[in-house]
Design a protein around this ligand. Structure first.
Ligand code: SF4
Ligand code: SF4
Length: 472
């Protein structure tokens, strides 16, 4: 019995297993026009953000070496674990909701891979090498491909520009300009990062291309979980289109004339008529291509269109369904918590810890010494001096090697603190005090319990410590 051997297993593999290089034909329909506006607007936003400042701070700065992250003018420090978690949860639920409502709209309209491939690198390739055939690249007289070399040179310039812009998000535009003007040997690590990013961009847009979406990106593989039957997809109306056939055959057929324009324009090389596929990035190129064909054969547009799986089966569209209620509710909770905890943040994080070793000791004159450690994180963008003093402990004094403690912007510093007071300060071996820490504008008070001798006749065996109180 003859067996059917499929010509192609994957859209980008030939039957012999070699790479099938895609040169999709551009379809300049209504969706393409809108996507082009969105794409160039997004590129502009990406290029301009490193130059923008808000309240004197960069709009976005992800300073990994200093572990300081500024997002929309708000500074996050590594100690903001809860805020980071809430931020990621909020973004994650937002992606779930966006996908449930609008399918892979991010992939087709907003993802940098699609935006830069289809609206920057691919147009340059078409310009220099020609469209689907790429025949312009070959100089028949010499057998060389000077236009391909020119394309790679232009790609390299673009990749360098994109890599530098990308780097500016991590080091700030001023630092980047300084590095650009100095020798790479002055900043070898930064130069290596920039070179590696340029190489990755070149690899992606010259070689890997649609494979990023097909094999590297996890988002496409989550579609079966994130989409439901009511989610917006780009789909082929099989009831209207089938049976497909050429118009000249004069046999009654569906509206699909099997021209394959939708396949030739697809950047991932698939056939939308095969149904919803993981490889489909919902770029709407097939919808634009088919609309142009429908115009030519005098049939209504929309054989390939934005729709849902239920709509394709003739079922009504339901906007209200469990996941579009649950996701917004969860998003509201996560975003509210994020805003609440953001507003609760202080300008400084202060931690008071008991010192290492014995809980208290005696001075030569009999006074009792408690050793503390104070850690202060300055969350502001200006240096501050934090003065530490006592309240509620008459006769006691604070001794510190540095008081006030100077802490730079975003910096964490700690200092030792000795609280020295008469033994009459203590009742039953304890004394409750308030530790006051102020930068002159904001004041924080911390309740703290000093420990000391329980009995007046207790004497130290040495001047510096007693075992008493170690069990406390
Ligand atoms: S472009 Fe439209 S008519 Fe042509 S093959 Fe695709 S679905 Fe059929
Ligand atoms: S099938 Fe259509 S929407 Fe999907 S990737 Fe191909 S051209 Fe874009």
């Amino acid at each position: 019995m003859a067996t059917h051997t499929p010509d192609r297993v994957l859209s980008t593999l030939n039957a012999d297993g070699s790479r099938r290089w895609l040169r999709p034909k551009r379809s300049e329909g209504a969706f393409w026009q809108k996507r082009r506006i969105v794409a160039y607007a997004l590129m502009f936003v990406f290029f301009i953000i490193p130059y923008l400042r808000l309240h004197g701070k960069p709009l976005v700065l992800l300073d990994i070496p200093r572990r300081l992250f500024i997002i929309l003018g708000t500074t996050f420090l590594p100690t903001d674990t809860l805020l980071f978690m809430l931020l990621f949860v909020t973004v994650g639920i937002g992606i779930f909701l966006l996908t449930a409502l609008f399918g892979r709209v991010w992939c087709g309209w907003g993802c940098p891979q699609t935006v830069y491939m289809e609206f920057l690198f691919r147009p340059i390739e078409r310009l220099l090498e020609g469209g689907r055939t790429g025949t312009l690249s070959l100089d028949r007289a010499t057998g060389l491909k000077p236009r391909r070399l020119l394309k790679w040179a232009v790609y390299l310039v673009l990749a360098l520009f994109l890599a530098h812009t990308f780097l500016a998000y991590f080091v700030g535009i001023d630092q980047l300009v300084h590095w650009v003007r100095s020798s790479p040997s002055d900043h070898p690590t930064a130069f290596f990062v920039m070179a590696a990013t340029t190489a990755a961009i070149m690899f992606d847009f010259t070689y890997f291309r649609e494979q990023t979406c097909l094999v590297a990106c996890p988002y496409g593989r989550l579609q079966s979980v994130l989409l439901d039957r009511q989610s917006l997809i780009v789909g082929y109306d099989v009831h209207r289109g089938e049976p497909r056939g050429k118009v000249e055959h004069l046999v009654p057929t569906g509206d699909c004339i099997d021209c394959r324009a939708c396949v030739l324009t697809c950047p991932t090389g698939i056939d939308i008529r095969d149904g919803l596929q993981m490889e489909c990035i919902h770029c709407t190129q097939c919808a634009d291509a088919c609309d142009q064909i429908m115009d030519r054969v005098g049939k209504p547009r929309g054989l390939v269109k934005y729709t849902s799986r239920d709509q394709l089966e003739g079922k009504p569209r339901h906007l209200i369904r469990p996941r579009v209620i649950i996701y917004p509710a969860a998003l509201l909770v996560a975003a509210s918590l994020l805003v609440y905890f953001l507003n609760q943040r202080r300008d400084a994080d202060v931690t008071v810890l008991r010192g290492i070793g014995a809980p208290y000791s005696f001075e030569a004159d009999g006074r009792v010494v408690n050793q503390l450690r104070v850690r202060i994180t300055n969350r502001t963008d200006l240096p501050h001096e934090y003065a530490i003093s006592l309240e509620g402990a008459n006769g006691a004094q604070v001794i510190s090697p540095e008081n006030p403690l100077k802490v730079g912007p975003g910096e964490l510093r700690s200092t030792s603190l000795f609280i020295v007071g008469p033994r009459t300060l203590f009742h039953d071996g304890e004394r409750h005090i308030d530790l006051k820490i102020t930068d002159g504008v904001h004041t924080d008070r911390f309740e703290y319990t000093l420990v000391g001798p329980e009995h007046d006749d207790e004497r130290p065996e040495t001047d510096h410590h007693t075992d008493k109180g170690q069990d406390r």
